[in-house]
Ligand binder design. Structure first.
Ligand code: NAD
Ligand code: UGA
Length: 493
């Protein structure tokens, strides 16, 4: 606590704030890449260097062909085109970038721990710690270190301890500046954020550092949308925001199961409750279950923290959000097997979509892989079409899952070799080939193009009865029924 005074110093007279001209970001992933590209776009007077130890990733960011950027996000290549090699640079020279930067963002991955203390629950902070150690080793003058990664509350203290231990005559200010962008809308979220949150020490130097970062964002974000807090509130707000968002999805998904039993329609229920301005309409879309790299990991992290601070009832409350999500994925897979006369063995099931949501090539924790795994255990033949996800990624996801099956409704089942997975799973470049002679189609991602398909043609080329399981409720149920499909939507009888 001593490093992060929480008692605000009143009437602090700010010195003229240092004008920031050089920023670096460690981690060129889904957050570091787009976030820094937008900072560079909006702040042409600041040199922004994004560094990563992954050479391939950096080479892809530097590829002359903007369609080969490592991340697919609508609008991203246009931003990169404007700023790259003007004031935006991608490099593997981490030390050089640290040495020259006034502000260093840490935007590395913080996955759930897969080993040791806190296995399966706590965030693995080893990458963040490595960054702190590298900064401590290399830095020769004062630096502002910004936690951009999502981390457990009180991580700033650990970072500060590492930095302080250098014994160098260098001042390190650690700020928390969590990122709230959602994939698929990252660029518009960054251009027009609901808020920017910056937490820091509430003493004179801390407040100065906060103002420096405020100054960067204020180049395009109005000042009243930039919130400043103490460092712990900022760290905890990130986990809390994700937990609240995920909780809404699990809540509506829980109701979807009841809708299917009672004849209520989950979309009508969502619309009816969302009109209450106290509830609001967003994040009430029932689905096959939330995926993505963060919701599950951040809630598990929150649960771990609650248990750590001896709050088991609070931990149990949030754990239920994850449990409900596992239930929804399992329910979807089980419904496919039950409907197809209790076995999918040898049957061709076509997956439309593999990404965890539309407009991204990210597949981390995608519901699709859990549903696929359950069907593969019953020896289904799965044919996948996704407009943005590569064949290698789909095989890699399934191979990884064989030895990392977790979840409340997951049976350990057989561990399949990659060769066996490749026999049962085929990846297509065209949806019409993927659906030909299929027993059933399952929609796993809400890509817009799926709505515009020639469904009559697809129906004609499928085996009959032709089943369609829409895990995103994007198809027109009445229309497809008329064509002849046996169609199942989430939360509709
Ligand atoms: P990512 O895996 O896409 O990218 C992280 C990058 O950091 C990788 O390229 C990795 O090689 C690099 N890296 C790790 N350690 C390094 C080191 N010591 N030196 C240099 N490079 C290193 O992860 P991401 O999706 O960008 O997420 C990063 C953080 O942001 C996570 O904490 C995540 O929870 C948080 N976050 C993610 C999103 C999202 O939409 N993906 C949104 C908000 C917050
Ligand atoms: C989420 C948050 O929305 C971001 O604010 C946050 O920064 C980010 O996590 C993070 O910390 O990583 P993201 O996971 O990219 O963003 O995407 P979301 O739009 O939140 O969707 C997450 C999952 O929930 C997807 O699988 C999506 O299909 C599902 N979802 C979302 C629903 O099933 N129903 C909904 O109504 C909304």
């Amino acid at each position: 606590m001593e490093f992060f005074a929480v008692k605000k110093i009143k009437h602090l007279k700010y010195k003229q704030m240092k004008k920031i001209t050089n920023i670096c970001c460690i981690g060129a992933g889904y957050v570091g890449g787009p976030t820094m590209a937008v900072i560079a776009e909006k702040c042409p007077h600041i040199k922004v260097t994004v560094v990563d130890m992954n050479e391939k990733r950096i080479a892809d960011w530097n590829d002359a062909n903007l369609d080969k950027l490592p991340i697919y996000e609508p609008g991203l290549k246009e931003v990169v085109e404007v700023a790259r090699n003007r004031n935006l640079f991608f490099s593997t020279d981490v030390d050089d970038a640290i040495r020259n930067a006034e502000i260093i963002f840490i935007s590395v991955n913080t996955p759930t721990k897969t080993y040791g203390v806190g296995k399966g629950m706590a965030a693995d902070l080893k990458f963040v710690e490595l960054c702190a150690r590298q900064i401590a080793k290399v830095a020769e003058n004062d630096k502002i270190i910004v936690e951009k990664s999502t981390i457990p509350v009180r991580t700033a203290s650990a970072i500060h301890t590492i930095l302080k231990a250098t014994g160098k005559d260098v001042d390190f200010q650690v700020l928390s500046n969590p990122e709230f962008l959602a994939e698929g809308t990252a660029v518009s979220d960054l251009h027009n954020p609901d808020r920017i949150l910056i937490g820091g020490s509430q003493d004179e130097k801390g407040l100065e550092a906060i103002e420096c970062l405020v100054g960067v964002y204020n180049n395009w974000v109005p000042r009243d949308r930039i919130i400043t807090t103490n460092v712990w509130s900022s760290e905890l707000s990130k986990l809390t925001a994700n937990a609240f968002l995920a909780q809404r999805v699990s809540s509506i998904n829980a109701i979807s199961a009841l809708c299917e039993k009672t004849g209520a329609n989950v979309e009508e229920v969502a619309n009816a409750i969302g009109r209450d301005s106290r509830i609001g309409a967003k994040f009430l879309k029932s689905s096959v279950g939330f995926g993505g790299s963060c919701f599950q990991k951040d809630i598990l992290n929150l649960v771990y923290l609650c248990n750590y601070f001896n709050l088991p009832d609070v931990a149990e409350y949030w754990m239920q959000v994850v449990k409900m999500n596992d239930y929804q994925k399992h329910r979807f897979a089980k419904n496919i097997i039950n409907t197809l006369f209790n076995t999918v063995s040898g049957k061709k099931i076509t997956f439309l979509g593999w990404a965890f949501k539309k407009d991204t090539n990210d597949t981390r924790e995608t519901a699709a892989m859990y549903v696929a795994d359950e069907l593969l255990q019953d020896k289904a033949e799965i044919h996948v079409y996704d407009p943005k996800v590569s064949e290698e990624q789909i095989y890699a996801d399934l191979e990884y899952l064989q030895t990392h099956r977790v979840g409340h409704f997951v049976e350990q089942g057989d561990v399949m070799e990659l060769s066996e997975i490749k026999k049962l799973v085929k990846v297509h470049k065209n949806p019409y080939d993927a659906t030909k002679n299929a027993h059933a189609i399952a929609i796993l991602t809400e890509w817009n193009e799926f709505k515009a398909y020639d469904w009559e043609n697809i129906y004609k080329n499928m085996l009959k009865p032709a089943f369609l399981f829409d895990g995103r409720n994007i198809t027109d149920k009445n229309n497809l029924n008329e064509i002849g499909f046996e169609i199942y939507h989430i939360g509709k009888a």
